[in-house]
Design a binder for this molecule. Structure first.
Ligand code: PA5
Length: 458
């Protein structure tokens, strides 16, 4: 049997019909070729296409070796990064972590725990983290391609200071691992000056396509998720996602389907998972598609939901709200878990008919029933059939989505590898904080603020 993820597009009909798919073939194959041949916009950032095959063995050994050291010596690894420099690692680690590790006895825990910082500017978040780290031995993996991003830069300052105070310069340097550009940037310069052990983010791989580089692989390895298995999964998708036939290439098919739906007015996509451990995976996916496609007034809005939880909050809207949404369901075929419903005739809760049934079976039926209901209610549904939630299959999913995103952005006519819109907020924040050189922008902002009508507060 085929041990790879597959795209079931049967429930995109009748919203998409055979004529739509036939009409999409030529454009999708052209977009695929444009992307692969590096003829599209952002062609300098295609390193991720082949990285799972080309990554050097020595690089992987280096990652494993340091991960072993961190596992032996530390109780926590603080991963400092934002956007593409943290979402991928978090997505993978949370898929295989224990949802209740904070309740487990200390001795039952897998050491060390991987925690995250630098992905927000919240003082209370960082204070909580510092409190938790007070009597813990920890390492820091600071990740920033540019080396100049404010949020991780500030968090790293704080953590570096603590390590310097605790262990001195040499001891701190041993506990700081940096993942950054190979040649330039403030973090590269600091790492070289201080002698931090450093991993390189390849020049030709942008942040949100970097989870399968040291950006994601080192934190994964520390958390006990084998990088080689994740990469093997990714590698196994390279050939299927390169086939020049729309209906035989899962990434091209999904990309073309999204494009068709977008053109028919379906402007929001909801990535649905039934396993709550996939919640962070959805966050990674949202960034991948949101930052790659949302530009020039175009792009599907990427949303996510965890069912059945969100069926009791968003379910009503999905079933009967404006018909501008479609769903992409992550359907794990062989779900983990062996729980069965206990017998309890005294409960009189009208659930006795389920006694003895496996929880996984109940969930599968819930997923089937929900998919049908939403489809009947006017929601096109893609179903991604994932054989198992394993590191190998997660690697497949990551590569599949990255490839689909590249094709989809090319079909949309945007550059899927830049993010010019992210600059607007940054420039305003710099000006408001008084960064040297932003005086003119600060004056313009002050004028804009003065022009905002006052007193409209209730
Ligand atoms: O996808 C991207 O390029 C961004 O999300 C970046 O990863 C994010 O802005 C962090 O940038 P950096 O790694 O330079 O700190």
């Amino acid at each position: 049997m085929l041990d790879r993820i597959r795209v079931d597009y049967s429930m995109t009909a009748p919203f998409l019909d055979d004529r739509d798919w036939a009409g999409a073939q030529a454009g999708a194959v052209r977009a695929l070729a444009t992307l692969e041949d590096g003829r599209g916009p952002g062609a300098a950032y295609l390193g991720w296409l082949r990285y799972p095959e080309t990554v050097a063995g020595a690089e992987l050994e280096g990652i494993e070796q340091i991960a072993r050291e961190v596992r032996e010596e530390a109780e926590a690894l603080v991963v400092v990064g934002i956007g593409g420099s943290y979402l991928g690692a978090r997505a993978v680690i949370e898929c295989f972590g224990h949802a209740f590790s904070h309740l487990q006895a200390q001795e039952g825990r897998r050491r060390p725990q991987v925690v995250f910082a630098g992905q927000n500017l919240s003082s209370s978040y960082l204070e909580g983290l510092l409190e938790a780290l007070e009597r813990k031995s920890f390492y820091v993996n600071v990740i920033s391609k540019s080396g100049t991003t404010t949020e991780p830069g500030l968090a790293f300052r704080l953590l570096r200071r603590i390590l310097l105070d605790r262990y001195g310069r040499e001891g701190a340097a041993r506990r700081i691992l940096s993942t950054t550009d190979g040649r330039k940037g403030a973090l590269r310069a600091l790492s070289e000056r201080e002698g931090y052990r450093t991993f390189v983010i390849p020049d030709d791989i942008g942040g949100r396509y970097s989870v399968l580089t040291p950006v994601g692989l080192l934190p994964m390895a520390v958390a006990g998720v084998p990088p080689e298995e994740v990469l093997a999964g990714a590698r196994s998708m390279i050939a299927p996602c390169a086939v020049k036939e729309l209906l035989q290439n899962p990434a091209a098919l999904y990309a073309a389907g999204r494009d068709l739906l977008w053109r028919k007015g379906y402007h929001t996509e909801i990535l649905v998972a039934y396993d709550p451990r996939l919640q962070s995976f959805a966050e990674w996916w949202k960034q991948l598609f949101g930052e790659s496609e949302g530009k020039e007034g175009k792009g599907i809005f990427p949303a996510s939901a965890v069912f059945t939880t969100d069926l009791h909050s968003l379910g009503q809207w999905i079933q009967e709200g404006p018909r501008t949404i479609f769903e992409t369901l992550l359907h794990v075929e062989d779900e983990a878990g062996s729980l069965r419903v206990p017998e309890d005739p005294d409960a009189r809760d009208e659930l006795e008919y389920l006694a003895g049934r496996a929880w996984t079976d109940i969930q599968q039926q819930a997923a089937a029933g929900t998919r049908l209901a939403h489809h009947q209610g006017g929601v096109p549904v893609f179903s991604l059939e994932v054989p198992r939630l394993s590191p190998y299959h997660l690697g497949q999913l990551i590569y599949f989505f990255e490839k689909a995103c590249g094709i989809s952005g090319t079909l949309l006519g945007v550059n899927p590898f830049d993010q010019p819109g992210v600059e607007a907020y940054k420039q305003n924040v710099f000006a408001l904080l008084g960064k040297p050189g932003t005086e003119q922008a600060a004056a313009q902002l002050a004028a804009l603020m003065r022009a905002v009508p006052k007193g409209k507060v209730v």
